[in-house]
Write a protein that binds this ligand. Structure first.
Ligand code: PAF
Length: 280
């Protein structure tokens, strides 16, 4: 398929989208930080089902990384990403530079409560969601898509973005894309490449344990007992566990009747922090 057109400025992005709109076409946006894998390909395919033209943004957003996190070494694979997107079919890649997204003097951040302060990722990454919400709000305002697709793998991020889009009346439908897994259950992530060979064999324990917790709940074990067993299994496998929690899938508050439940996990394996979640 054709290589995507690469757009670097807000003005060029708006001209492109305005042209499509004038033709009556629906536009989909898939925000990414690049280092694309099959999970991103699946998000593009999801966008394609709801849109005639698909834009993938590639921007490693500095404001969602704390100073001690991996911003500098986050994988940047732009030419490879363009190859991947040529294969799946993407009309445009929006790849702004940092000063385009954060011009000198930029002083505005989206302030969040609700799912962003649910006591999950926000505990160990307090800077993360304000940075994510600010950049996603900017991308949505700049591109003005009909739909935008985000992976369920980052389940708290998806809840934060849904809430923000609703609260700010952003005229866009937010769609969640199912997590793509390797054959052994490990959720695909750009950060999996940091795992050593030995860590890579241990990593699927997270997903296996979550399935075990879900089964234990189905068999009638109480949430407290099932979670305690799950936490013990993850720690015994050599992870440094941040959390294994059961939450309401909508606002990530405590589970309540009538709302689907979500089991969410974050744990460090060596220097790599992995997150995952499943419906239960
Ligand atoms: O999920 C990601 O890749 C990023 O958090 C996002 C949504 C592209 C914002 O930078």
């Amino acid at each position: 398929m054709a290589r995507p057109q690469v757009v670097r400025t807000v003005a060029d992005l708006r001209t492109l989208v305005a042209g499509w709109r004038a033709e009556g076409l629906r536009v989909g946006l898939v925000p990414t930080m690049g280092a694309l894998h099959a999970g991103h390909v699946s998000l593009v395919e999801t966008a394609r089902r709801s849109a005639d033209r698909v834009i993938v943004s590639i921007f490693v957003n500095p404001t969602q990384f704390a100073p001690n996190e991996d911003f500098a070494k986050y994988p940047r694979t732009f030419q490879y990403d363009l190859d991947v997107l040529s294969e799946v079919g993407t009309e445009a890649v929006y790849a702004p530079e940092v000063p385009t997204m954060y011009p000198p003097g930029a002083a505005t951040t989206v302030s969040l409560t609700g799912p962003a302060t649910a006591g999950l990722e926000d505990v160990s990454r307090p800077f993360h969601f304000p940075g994510v919400a600010t950049i996603v709000a900017k991308l949505l305002i700049q591109a003005g898509p009909d739909v935008a697709v985000f992976g369920e793998k980052d389940f708290q991020q998806l809840a934060v973005i849904r809430r923000m889009a609703a609260d700010l009346d952003l005229p866009v439908e937010i769609i969640g894309g199912a997590t793509v897994r390797d054959a052994d259950g490990l959720a695909l992530s750009s950060r999996n490449r940091y795992l050593s060979a030995e860590e890579r064999t241990t990593a699927p324990v997270l997903h296996r344990t979550m399935l075990g917790v879900a089964k234990a709940l189905g068999d009638g074990l109480s949430p407290a007992e099932a979670l305690a067993e799950g936490r013990a299994a993850i720690t015994a496998a050599g992870f440094d566990l941040d959390y294994l929690e059961l939450r309401a899938a909508d606002d990530l508050g405590d589970p309540r009747p009538g709302v689907p439940w979500r089991l969410l996990v974050a744990a460090r394996l060596g220097a790599t922090r992995l997150i995952d979640n499943i419906a239960v």
